[in-house]
Design a protein around this ligand. Structure first.
Ligand SMILES: NC(=O)c1ccc[n+]([C@@H]2O[C@H](COP(=O)([O-])OP(=O)(O)OC[C@H]3O[C@@H](n4cnc5c(N)ncnc54)[C@H](OP(=O)(O)O)[C@@H]3O)[C@@H](O)[C@H]2O)c1
Length: 290
């Protein structure tokens, strides 16, 4: 890390809980690699203290923040400006402080899109099957909807998938479908899918032996992105690899969404390799990180 000086810019992440966050090692490795006079810290902010924390950001001139659970939605009311993704999702994960004016962004969707592209998979004309309709799934659906050939969203609570599909259809004028995440629906939709994204928490530590997709439904010409990054290789990812599919790990989305935040704060191109190494290093040292 660069020596802290009188000009060091402070960035950080706010959440509750926060102690398991991977963002400080990832962002500090990137600042350090580019010799930027920035430092990144984790702040434990309880829900009742959020407004004061954001006042503190203005008052102390904290340059940038990542926002994680449980503040992603509530933080919006304290910001001056938000991007189109934040408006659609009703949540923000990145704040930039420009001379006291706070702008909110959501980088999960662009992070997922970049993870796909930079790993050699294209979306145009492709049939995408998205499992999940929670916060991350919504962000992914928003960023994939415009480009994908088709998008099918399946969720355990089917109404959430249907509401999301309807909202995207209204926005993009496309035929996006939403339905119940049953084994038969997954199997049926996988038959002609090109890209499968698991955006549920199934397979995440500690239930690492779970997957919503039976191994025999996977095929070599499929791209499988599992956004769960703990463990780095989920059961779904292992099964997909065995089936000969192209696998993109959740660490890729984690890095590219962090890279998007880094670029918003610094205006510089993020050193992806350095950030990936820092994330994998941290994940391999503490297998229980969230
Ligand atoms: N790689 C990255 O950068 C990145 C970024 C964000 C999140 N993530 C990971 O993505 C996962 C989801 O995060 P989130 O923020 O979207 O959480 P969330 O808003 O709580 O959504 C959880 C999703 O998982 C589904 N789900 C949970 N348990 C299930 C089960 N047993 N069977 C079927 N579906 C189940 C939920 O379905 P219901 O709606 O029916 O409950 C919902 O769709 C987490 O593992 C998180 O760590 C990764």
């Amino acid at each position: 890390m660069m020596a802290i000086s009188g000009k060091t810019r402070v960035c950080g992440v706010i959440g509750d809980p926060i102690e398991h966050t991977l963002s400080p090692p990832i962002q500090n490795a990137a600042f350090s690699h580019l010799k930027l006079d920035f430092v990144f810290l984790a702040f434990h902010v309880k829900a009742a203290d959020l407004e004061n924390a954001i006042r503190g950001m203005r008052g102390l001139g904290i340059h940038g923040l990542n926002v994680t659970m449980p503040h992603k939605s509530t933080v919006i009311s304290y910001l001056d400006k938000v991007d189109s993704a934040v408006k659609f999702l009703g949540s923000a994960n990145t704040i930039l402080n420009r001379d006291g004016k706070l702008s909110g962004f959501s980088t999960d969707g662009v992070g997922a899109l970049k993870a796909l592209r930079e790993n050699g998979a294209e979306l145009a004309e492709k049939k995408v099957l998205l499992l999940g309709a929670g916060g991350a799934a919504k962000a992914i659906a928003f960023s994939f909807a415009q480009e994908a050939g088709s998008l099918c969203i399946l969720n355990r609570v089917p109404e959430k998938a249907a509401v999301l599909a309807d909202a995207l259809n209204r926005m993009f004028g496309k035929k996006i479908v939403g339905g119940a995440l049953s084994p038969s629906a997954v199997q049926k939709n996988l038959r002609d899918a090109d890209i499968l994204v698991n955006a549920t928490s199934v397979g995440m530590h500690p239930t690492v032996n779970q997957s919503l997709v039976a191994p025999q439904w996977l095929k070599p010409n499929l791209v499988v992105m599992d956004i769960v990054y703990n463990p780095v290789e989920t059961k779904l990812a292992k099964d997909a690899k065995t089936a000969g599919a192209k696998v993109i790990s959740g660490v890729e989305m984690l890095i590219y969404q962090g890279a998007a935040s880094f670029e918003i704060w610094t205006g510089r191109s993020a050193p992806i390799g350095v950030m990936r190494k820092a994330a994998l290093n941290k994940l391999s040292n503490t297998g229980e990180n969230k």
